[in-house]
Design a protein around this ligand. Structure first.
Ligand code: TIU
Length: 222
């Protein structure tokens, strides 16, 4: 079976037939100016910088025939799935549901809610709309992964310490063996990315493993 020999805290072995790539929230709302990320006061260029690496990772997963899942953080147009506890946080000038330069912020179907072109889903890939930070909360993700007999998950996307980490923790609690691709994830706050990677792999891999895209590509020959 393929092994990421340089993964940390230890080599990560996976069964390719039961592995899925989960790309979290690579949406215009987070990656491009004018969306939710910028409305929260963030510099979105840090997130845009990983798009080529995520595209390479997607190409690799497609070549290896893995199941590919994309998530989108999004809310129904009537915001019935967006509690005030979420909607009223952040910058009061531009809340979830308000009109922005890319349409209504974080609302399903709006231009800003789309996944950026360079890493967009292709036919046969699963797209999960999620109202929370975690990909399993109030979604069909668990059922989809069970349907395909998935046991191992490779994570990428944004942001490292919010939706990626939450989803990885949810997956870990559900019994999936998870690895985060370090150079295919980003945060608006670089020190939070570093801390998240360290906490995931601490204590013997308390939430899972971390590895680089190069480690993953190399594992093809193991
Ligand atoms: N604000 C922030 O860092 N992230 C989010 O709100 N959502 C995701 O991480 N996708």
């Amino acid at each position: 079976m393929p092994t990421l020999t340089h993964a940390r805290p230890s080599p990560f072995t996976f069964d390719a037939a039961h592995t899925a790539l989960i790309v979290i929230d690579m949406q215009r709302d987070f990656v491009e100016p004018g969306g939710f990320g910028e409305a929260l006061g963030n510099d979105v260029s840090l997130l845009a910088s990983i798009v080529p690496t995520v595209a390479q990772l997607l190409g690799h997963a497609r070549e290896r025939g893995w199941l590919v899942v994309h998530t989108r953080e999004s809310h129904a147009p009537d915001l019935s799935d967006c509690p005030d506890a979420k909607r009223l946080r952040g910058a009061p000038s531009a809340r979830i549901g308000d009109m922005g330069p890319m349409g209504r912020i974080l609302v399903r179907g709006e231009p800003g809610n789309a996944i950026v072109d360079a890493v967009a889903p292709v036919a046969g890939e699963i797209v999960i709309d999620k109202p929370g930070k975690g990909a399993f909360y109030a979604t069909r993700l668990g059922e989809e992964l069970a349907r395909f007999g998935i046991t191992h998950l490779v994570f990428a996307g944004v942001t490292t310490e919010v939706c990626v980490q939450t989803s990885m923790r949810e997956a870990n609690d559900r019994g999936y063996e998870c690895v985060l691709i370090e150079d295919a994830t980003a945060s608006y706050i670089p020190s939070f990315k570093t801390a998240t990677i360290e906490m995931i792999r601490s204590q013997g891999g308390i939430v899972g493993w971390t590895a680089t895209l190069a480690d993953l590509v190399e594992s093809r020959w193991n």
